[in-house]
Ligand binder design. Structure first.
Ligand SMILES: [Zn+2]
Length: 120
């Protein structure tokens, strides 16, 4: 990967990070404003479902944020685009599709197969 490509991934990851952090900040403000209304809704069964759904979304977002931060760390370490499992270069095409990835497709598939088997 050349410097120009690396720089464009850095810009892309930084803007994704900013967008996610802004969205989460916004959700927090909304939650505060709606706190009273939310209390009234607590008896209603669907409120729980909404709350759980919101929690799952937030969980996924915070996981993504930490992945983006790790990817940015790898860019400054000079290890970005190198598979953390086998040390091979990850194809730029794959990185473009999934900039936070830290593994080549072979290792990722092996890991996912393992996760399915172990049930994690
Ligand atoms: Zn690999």
């Amino acid at each position: 990967m050349n410097d120009k490509e690396l720089e464009s991934f850095k810009i892309l990851l930084n803007s994704q990070l900013k967008e996610l952090q802004e969205r989460i900040g916004y959700a927090d403000i909304r939650k505060m404003n709606e706190a009273d209304e939310f209390q009234d809704l607590l008896d209603v069964a669907s409120a729980d479902t909404d709350k759980n759904m919101l929690l799952r979304i937030r969980e996924r977002e915070s996981r993504l944020i930490s992945k983006i931060k790790k990817a940015l760390q790898r860019i400054s370490d000079g290890t970005y685009g190198i598979c953390e499992k086998c040390g091979e270069d990850i194809p730029v095409k794959r990185l473009k599709a999934r900039p936070v990835t830290s593994q080549c497709i072979d290792c990722k598939m092996k890991e996912e197969a393992f996760e399915r088997v172990s049930g994690e």
